[in-house]
Ligand binder design. Structure first.
Ligand code: ATP
Ligand code: ZN
Length: 287
């Protein structure tokens, strides 16, 4: 019997495309890509890659046209399809926010009572309005939402923001965030056992790549009389590696540091006499 292949849906072009392709590459999966093709094959993993508009991916995953997919949570929640969250992927994070004209005084959601709001996210916006007991008129438009207040189509908008520069250029200001949206991997809710196993393999690779990105390999020289203090500052995967240096009284210490604690620990290491500190990126981290 031919081996089953896992079918993944990613965005054909746009903000999620490169990140999705890169992630597969970092997982060691070679996708032989014909641009403008609907489908591509991986040649070293049983994976077929489908290229779709991101908004269509939840439906295709629900219908098992694709087994898994990469989309923003904004699209996942807006579409309301029966798909299962698998993993956060750590790129193209954004937020869905209410924005109003510059200079308007927005103190709380009640500002929106009786107003017209333009959005491509009617479901998420309505949820937000309901939660805050606000009655407003939603104008659903599919693109260029940010120009709606300028042309008198709406008083406010609800749209995706990342830097805020698009808002600024259109004379708008961000008033309230209604969803912090991460890019996520989703799956169909009835995968075969064989496909679940393939997904497990892929997920293991994704997690190794993510961990590696959040960590750095660190090498430093430590005077032996300070070794105890220095080692106590370093978490390491198990415990740090300590090797004697050719110069008497000194050791080389190797360990792994989390990005979040990085600068604080480096400062303490220096304060304790560590020298020649090298910090190296990690490609994969298998725990
Ligand atoms: P498609 O043709 O696939 O429908 P699109 O115009 O809907 O493309 P993009 O603008 O490429 O899509 O955005 C895709 C996703 O990228 C969004 O749904 C969101 O999750 C994420 N994203 C991250 N940053 C931003 C941003 N600044 N603006 C819009 N989307 C962003
Ligand atoms: Zn889209």
């Amino acid at each position: 019997m031919a081996q089953e292949k896992l079918k993944i849906a990613i965005q054909k072009s746009g903000r999620l495309h490169d990140g999705s392709v890169n992630l597969l590459k970092e997982c060691g999966i070679d996708v032989v890509n014909g641009v403008n093709k609907l489908k591509a094959e991986a040649n070293n993993f049983p994976l077929e890659v489908y290229f779709f508009r991101d908004d269509d991916i939840p439906q295709y995953v629900e219908d098992a046209v694709a087994d898994i997919g990469i989309i923003g949570e904004n699209v996942m929640y807006e579409s309301n399809k029966k798909v299962v969250f698998v993993e956060e992927l750590g790129f193209a994070t954004c937020r869905l926010s209410i924005a109003v004209r510059k200079g308007e005084e927005y103190k709380s959601a009640s500002y929106l009572n009786g107003k017209k709001i333009a959005t491509s996210y009617p479901v998420l916006l309505q949820n937000f309005l309901d939660k805050n007991n606000v009655k407003a008129e939603i104008h659903e438009i599919s693109g260029s939402v940010e120009i709606a207040p300028g042309i008198g189509l709406a008083d406010a908008i609800c749209d995706i923001v990342s830097s805020g520069s698009t808002l600024f250029m259109n004379g708008l200001q961000e008033a309230e965030m209604i969803l912090k949206s991460r890019t996520v991997l989703i799956k169909n809710n009835k995968l075969s056992e064989e496909k679940e196993n393939l997904l497990k393999k892929l997920l293991f690779r994704i997690q190794s790549v993510k961990k590696a990105k959040n960590n750095k390999y660190i090498l430093l020289n430590a005077p032996n009389e300070k070794l105890k203090e220095i080692i106590s500052l370093l978490p390491g995967m198990k415990s740090p590696t300590v090797l004697p240096l050719a110069e008497p009284g000194w050791s080389s210490v190797h360990s792994v540091l989390n990005e979040n604690d990085f600068w604080e620990i480096i400062e303490k290491l220096k304060a304790n006499g560590a020298q020649g500190i090298l910090v190296v990126p990690i490609e994969k981290m298998i725990m």
